[in-house]
Design a protein. Structure first.
Length: 90
């Protein structure tokens, strides 16, 4: 039951995604990681109803993909910020 409430609390900010992405373009590379986290919570809740082994696998797979997406997104942000910093100096 706790996972269900966590899923609801995670889905609430989706209302504000459009506004946040308009104001903060720099967080766009981190969006796939956030989507994978939401998918992980959805799979956690689905495994309680049917096919627990399948949805448990998908839950852990999306957690792995979330970590990889955040890692790649942070590397992209780091090097993109360095390029902007170099362009400002020139």
């Amino acid at each position: 039951m706790l996972e269900f409430f966590a899923l609801i609390f995670i889905l609430i900010p989706i209302i504000f995604f459009r506004y946040i992405l308009k104001k903060r373009r720099d967080i766009f590379p981190l969006l796939p990681g956030a989507i994978f986290i939401v998918m992980s919570f959805i799979f956690t809740n689905l495994e309680a109803f049917f096919a627990p082994d399948l949805f448990d696998f998908f839950e852990h797979l999306t957690i792995l993909l979330s970590a990889l997406s955040f890692f790649i997104g942070m590397i992209y942000r780091h090097f993109h910020a360095r390029e902007e910093e170099i362009e400002r100096e020139v």
